[in-house]
Design a binder for this molecule. Structure first.
Ligand code: FAD
Ligand code: N01
Length: 552
């Protein structure tokens, strides 16, 4: 393995099949991993199924798509020049702007020459004798690498429920996560949107403005807060940029990886009702997801949570003019925040429009998709376009979509049959030199993902560097350390209300998926310290250079 900075990293070489590292995915995770490993002088290639960088922001091009972490924080911190030269125009950047940013990063750091686009990794098998990964793609590539790094994304495998008759539909079928590259014009069309998670809640107001009529097919009502999105003023951006070093440092140690969201110091029931309402009202007016972090026990204590949930229910009733529609839109089946909270721009207001109809699938379930539209238990609704906003096989989906095999040919799918098992969300025992960026068991989707991505990439880069310095060929999780981490992840989650919701955090959105709370809820700051300590103690809980088949 090359270890010296400045060495020809992924420059054209005689052998285009042998690498120090193969990275799968060119979203923010894969892009930064490439940059770091290249800087260490490694031969690295990135394989990306899409035609461009950006991952999430290249795939999810539906109208209304934007981030819910403020743009000034939802961006890379690793380069001072980058963060100073890029200027965000809105408090919550739109998908086109975030994609433009990803492309800028790719160009600025000359990443594209290290990425094979339009290529999907099909398998990754560990060769114990050689201590190498063999990787194959849908284009017939067969690559070998010491390290295989999965930057495949937590929300990258879209899920399209298999309603009877789906393929018979005579109109256009769209999924928010595989949106066409050219804009879709809904003018004059009869449109149906299935799903009212974050994607549905963003796309519905946009389609309603264009369509002749929009039917919203809602299975479970969701909590949503006003985003408070607005243009950013030039001086505001300049002042923020001037504070970047301090802001980023704060974010790295904050529970959610966001400097503007420090941990609150009091519980909801510590305040009298009047004061509590003022706090919620201020958070509502301010926008963002702050309301669910207004008190430190909202996600721990049922009674505390009920105060915030009821506040939002009242808001829904005050916005939606038809009381029967308001009632159908009111979430009652989960604690607020235990399913990913949604941020919207006029979502509930949309149901006051004469061209929008809410169809509650709890009352009238979808029976089939017909050639002409959607048939519920009550009627057939004629449609020109059906938009699936039905989400993802989250966190484990993209990993298990690849045929990954570790020691003795053990398939990852078999090892994770009862749910994912990892040490620190970084590695899984029996799969040496296989890392995952924001993998299950790490804070990932409960944080600003870019802060978490940087933390994982930096840790992996340091680990690979340290292995080379010691002359070690491999690293893998010790099964006992893994058991301990899985138990810890579950114990921390069980102290919260999170596992009780039927969310994608627990895989409840997919029939048959094992019910396991997948992200680490202990907070990014705490988690970062733990990862750093592990490295400083000589990779405690990992086995370096285990002989072939030595690890169970
Ligand atoms: P991704 O961006 O998902 O990239 C993974 C890449 O891997 C994809 O390009 C995919 O094509 C590729 N890939 C997967 N499998 C294979 C394979 N077998 N072969 C080849 N390539 C493969 N997070 C936040 O923190 N804040 C937000 O505001 C926010 N908003 C979001 C909005 C939407 C609509 C969605 C869907 C997610 C949002 N997220 C948000 C989460 C978002 O996914 C992360 O913030 C971040 O972009 C993830 O980057 P990534 O590189 O880890 O994964
Ligand atoms: O997916 P979801 P998403 N019949 O799984 C419904 C991030 N993100 O793409 O709740 C009928 O949340 C399903 O109903 P139910 C963010 O992390 C962020 O919206 O299962 N309905 C639900 O209403 C987010 O959490 C942003 O009963 C069916 C919806 O489809 C994550 O991505 C924007 C159904 C799926 O909601 C996923 O969000 C977008 C069926 N068979 C995404 N199957 C930001 O704002 C599913 N549904 C930053």
């Amino acid at each position: 393995m090359a270890t010296h900075a400045g060495q020809a990293a992924d420059a054209p070489a005689a052998d285009t099949t042998a690498f120090d590292a193969v990275v799968v995915g060119a979203g923010f995770g894969g892009m930064y991993m490439l940059h770091r490993l290249r800087g260490m002088g490694l031969r690295v290639t990135v394989i990306e199924a899409a035609d461009d960088v950006g991952g999430t922001w290249n795939w999810n091009r539906y109208p209304g798509a934007r981030c819910d972490v403020e743009s000034l924080e939802y961006s890379f911190s690793f380069s001072e020049e980058l963060q100073q030269e890029w200027t965000w125009t809105e408090r919550f950047a739109s998908q086109p702007e975030i994609l433009a940013y990803a492309r800028h990063v790719a160009d600025r750091f000359d990443l594209r020459r290290g990425i094979r686009f339009g290529t999907r990794v099909r398998s990754a098998h560990y060769d114990e004798a050689q201590a190498q990964w063999s990787i194959t793609t849908d284009r017939g590539d067969a690559l070998r690498a010491r390290f295989c790094i999965m930057a495949t994304g937590c929300l990258s495998l879209p899920r399209m429920p298999d309603f009877p008759g789906r393929d018979r539909f005579g109109g256009r079928l769209l999924h928010t996560a595989t949106w066409p590259h050219e804009p879709v014009d809904f003018t004059g069309l009869r449109v149906g949107v299935i799903g009212t998670g974050s994607s549905g809640i963003q796309v519905i107001p946009m389609i309603a403005r264009q369509a002749a009529h929009l039917h919203v097919f809602q299975r479970t009502p969701n909590f949503s807060l006003p985003s408070g999105n607005r243009p950013l003023a030039g001086d505001e951006v300049a002042q923020f940029k001037a504070r970047y070093p301090e802001v980023r440092e704060k974010a790295r140690h904050a529970p959610a990886g966001i400097a503007g969201m420090p941990a609150p110091d009091r519980g909801a029931l510590d305040d009298p009702e009047e004061r509590r309402r003022e706090v919620y009202e201020a958070a509502w007016r301010n926008g963002s997801t702050g309301l669910t972090r207004a008190y430190n026990n909202l996600l721990m204590d049922e009674a505390a949570n009920a105060t915030a949930a009821e506040f939002v229910r009242e808001k829904i009733r005050s916005i939606v003019t038809d009381p029967a529609v308001a009632e159908r839109l009111t979430p009652r089946d989960h604690f607020i925040g235990t399913k990913r909270i949604c941020l919207d721009s006029g979502y509930f207001q949309t149901f006051n429009r004469p061209n929008v109809t809410l169809v509650s699938l709890r009352e009238t379930p979808i029976e089939s998709i017909t050639e002409a539209g959607i048939r519920t238990s009550r009627e057939e609704i004629p449609l020109d376009v059906i938009v699936f906003a039905t989400g993802f096989d989250a966190i484990t989906g993209a990993l298990l979509d690849i045929d990954i095999r570790g020691r003795r040919g053990l398939p990852l799918a078999e090892k994770w049959r009862g749910g994912p098992r990892t040490y620190l969300g970084l590695m899984t025992a029996g799969f040496p030199n296989l890392f995952s960026i924001t993998g299950p068991g790490s804070p990932s989707v409960l944080t600003n993902m870019i802060t978490s991505i940087e933390q994982h990439v930096d840790w992996i880069a340091r680990c690979i560097h340290d292995l080379a310095a010691r002359g070690a060929r491999s690293i893998e999780a010790d099964p006992a350390a893994e058991d301990g981490w899985v138990a810890h992840v579950n114990a921390v989650a069980d102290q919260t209300l999170f596992p009780r919701a039927n969310s994608w955090y627990v895989g409840a959105n997919l029939p048959g998926k094992p019910r396991v709370f997948m992200p680490y809820v202990g907070g990014l700051g705490v988690y970062r310290r733990r990862c750093d300590e592990v490295a400083e103690r000589g990779y405690e809980g990992f086995i370096l250079d285990a002989p072939a088949a030595a690890v169970a």
